[in-house]
Write a protein that binds this ligand. Structure first.
Ligand SMILES: [Zn+2]
Length: 247
C-alpha cells in the first residue's frame, strides 16, 4: 500500500511586479530616511485579500525578493516560518482586517513625526498641497490606554487592533513615544504618504517657530480634499523608481 501523500496547502503566488515594487518600496523608504534599521511595509495579496506580503525580519534596506513572506491576517507567517519575523507585524494584519479597501501599510519611526505624537495638544495638519491626505485628521495612539506600561511596541494582536481602531477611517496614525503608521490603496500611495507626512512634520515645526505666537495657517478641508486626489503619486513614484530602482 502506497503511503498517503503529504497534504500541502496551496498558497497564492504573488505577481513578480508586485514583489519588485515591495522590494523597491523598502529601498525608497530607507533611502529617504523614513525607516532606518527598523520599520516595515506590507502589501495585501492582490489575489487573496485574507493574506498579505511583507519581508521577514530584516532591515528594510537589505530586503530582496526572496525575503518576502506571506502572512494571514492573524499575522502568522505561511512561508519563511523557520525564520524570525517582525515583532510588530500585527499592525499590518489588524489594519487589513478593519479596512478592506487598504492595500498597503507602512510602519515607521520617522523622527520628525514623533514630536507631534508626544507633545500634548499638538496636531499634525496639512501645511502644503502635497499633504492634503492629512486634512481628514491625524489621531494619536496612546499605548498606555490599550496595554498599560509596555516597551512601546505592537507585539500582540490586541495592541494591533487597538492601533487599527485609533486609525479608524484616517490615513495616518501617530504613536506616542514610538512612531507612525500609514495606509494606502497601493504601494506608491502609502510610500508617498509616509514620505510627505515626514516632510509636513518638518516644515510644520519650522512654521510654528516663525508664526505669530506660533499660529500657522493650514490647508482647510476643501483645499485638502482638492489637493489629495492622487495626481502627485505617479510622478513621485516614477522619480523614486528611477532614483532607487538600480540601487
Ligand atoms: Zn515600531
Amino acid at each position: 500500500m502506497k503511503p498517503a501523500k503529504k497534504s500541502k496547502i496551496k498558497l497564492p503566488t504573488a505577481p513578480k511586479d508586485l514583489l519588485a515594487d515591495l522590494v523597491l518600496a523598502n529601498k525608497i523608504l530607507f533611502g529617504l530616511n523614513v525607516v532606518d534599521a527598523f520599520g516595515h511595509i506590507s502589501v495585501r495579496h492582490p489575489n487573496d485579500p485574507s493574506k498579505y506580503l511583507m519581508s521577514r525580519h530584516l532591515p528594510p534596506g537589505m530586503v530582496t525578493p526572496k525575503d518576502i513572506a506571506l502572512f494571514d491576517l492573524e499575522s502568522t507567517p505561511l512561508t519563511h516560518s523557520d525564520k524570525p519575523q517582525y515583532s510588530e507585524r500585527f499592525i499590518h494584519g489588524e489594519i487589513y482586517k478593519l479596512r478592506p479597501e487598504v492595500m498597503s501599510v507602512i510602519h515607521c519611526h520617522a523622527r520628525p513625526l514623533i514630536p507631534f505624537a508626544n507633545a500634548k495638544g499638538a496636531k499634525l495638519r496639512p501645511m502644503f498641497h502635497m499633504c492634503g491626505f492629512l486634512g481628514c485628521g491625524v489621531p494619536v495612539f496612546e499605548i498606555r490606554k490599550a496595554g498599560g506600561n509596555t516597551d512601546m511596541l505592537i507585539r500582540t494582536p490586541q495592541l494591533g487592533k487597538a492601533l487599527a481602531d485609533t486609525l479608524g477611517d484616517k490615513n495616518v496614525v501617530l504613536m506616542r513615544g514610538h512612531g507612525a503608521t500609514m495606509i494606502g490603496i497601493s504601494i506608491p500611495e502609502v510610500v508617498f504618504r509616509a514620505v510627505y507626512s515626514m516632510e509636513n512634520a518638518a516644515i510644520q515645526m519650522q512654521a510654528h517657530l516663525l508664526g505669530d505666537r506660533g499660529e500657522v495657517e493650514f490647508l482647510n478641508a476643501e483645499e485638502s480634499e482638492l489637493s489629495a486626489r492622487g495626481r502627485n503619486v505617479p510622478r513621485a513614484w516614477s522619480l523614486w523608481k528611477h532614483q532607487f530602482g538600480k540601487a
